[in-house]
Design a binder for this molecule. Structure first.
Ligand code: TA6
Length: 309
């Protein structure tokens, strides 16, 4: 089974306006609403692949209920800890004439120690040999920066596989807990390793540092520039297909969904990587944090270029 963990979910609202400009009223021509937060986006993309997952996390208030109903309405099973605070709403304003966008993410509700303990014990009870756990997104206020590290240790101890997509200190501490796969972008990897990302040699150094602290596989993503995959022995550079980009928000989540989809089927990390790049590109060609269809991903597969380093 695949589980996704979203500790700070969000109702994603995308407003389309003719042109982005400040200090005046902009009128949106359309609004797109998505049941977001990185882990939920992974579950939504897995649903596009016809693959079940269980969405775990914190939800609260009326917005939390909208997210639960929305995900369950898409056939996604949920297992949430209800919190006293209100789940956040994240907003992006996109201009229709030149695709410029502004994205504002709220901090999210403050989580109590008791609510944190409830989620940790829920995960402890659910972990089983052979399962896959995808943890993605920021930590909400009130949670400790080693929360992902704690959860990864639980998952490893239960014989399951942990995949982490986050940033800052939660990523740095998470790496030391030995996750099966991480997917930072170059800026996040630079922050987690304290290295600057100006040369390819430094990118390789970052990858080496993250393997040395315990990470098994690394996908270093650079958006439409492509990505690097390292399994600790071999390294590949992936170049994405050319697409007409609509809104790149959520493309990283779509990439992660395709990767865990293939890994759970027993595929190699390299083939999972290829599907990941195609899936990220397909999602970036969608409005809002809309997820692409399986057929769109399959169409782009053969246009992904892989070179071993
Ligand atoms: O990757 C897209 C997205 O998941 C959006 O759904 C938006 O909610 C945001 O990222 C959340 O990211 P954050 O890092 O704030 O948890």
């Amino acid at each position: 089974m695949i589980y996704t963990i979203t500790l700070n979910p969000a109702l994603d609202k995308e407003y389309i306006v003719p042109k982005l400009s400040t200090n005046k009223v902009l009128r949106s021509s359309s609004i797109q609403i998505d049941y977001g937060g990185k882990g939920f986006n992974v579950s939504r993309m897995l649903a596009s692949f016809g693959t079940a997952s269980i969405a775990v996390g914190f939800i609260g208030g009326a917005t939390g209920e909208i997210l639960r109903d929305g995900l369950e309405g898409m056939g996604i099973r949920t297992d949430f800890v209800e919190v006293s605070g209100e789940t956040r709403t994240n907003v992006s304003v996109v201009s229709s004439d030149d695709e410029q966008y502004i994205k504002v993410n709220e901090p999210g509700p403050t989580i109590s120690q008791e609510e944190t303990n409830k989620l940790i014990s829920k995960i402890r009870d659910l972990v089983q040999q052979g399962d896959w756990w995808v943890m993605a997104g920021s930590l909400p206020p009130g949670t400790k920066t080693d929360m992902y590290a704690q959860i990864i240790s639980l998952i490893n101890a239960g014989g399951a596989k942990a995949i982490l997509d986050t940033s800052g200190m939660p990523l740095k501490l998470g790496c030391s807990a030995g996750p099966f796969l991480i997917k930072p972008n170059i800026e996040e990897a630079a922050q987690a390793t304290g290295l600057i990302s100006d040369t390819h040699a430094n990118l390789n150094k970052m990858i080496e540092v993250m393997h040395n602290v315990g990470v098994v596989n690394i996908i270093l993503s650079a958006g439409k520039e492509g990505a690097i995959l390292s399994n600790g022995e071999r390294q590949w550079v992936g170049t994405p297909p050319k697409i007409e980009e609509k809104n790149p928000t959520g493309a990283g989540d779509a990439m992660l969904a395709a990767v865990v989809y293939k890994l759970e089927k027993g595929d190699s990390i390299l083939n999972a990587f290829i599907w990941g790049i195609a899936s990220g590109s397909a999602a970036a060609s969608q409005p809002g944090t809309g997820m692409a269809s399986r057929s769109m991903v399959e169409k782009l597969l053969q246009e992904v270029i892989i070179n071993e380093e």
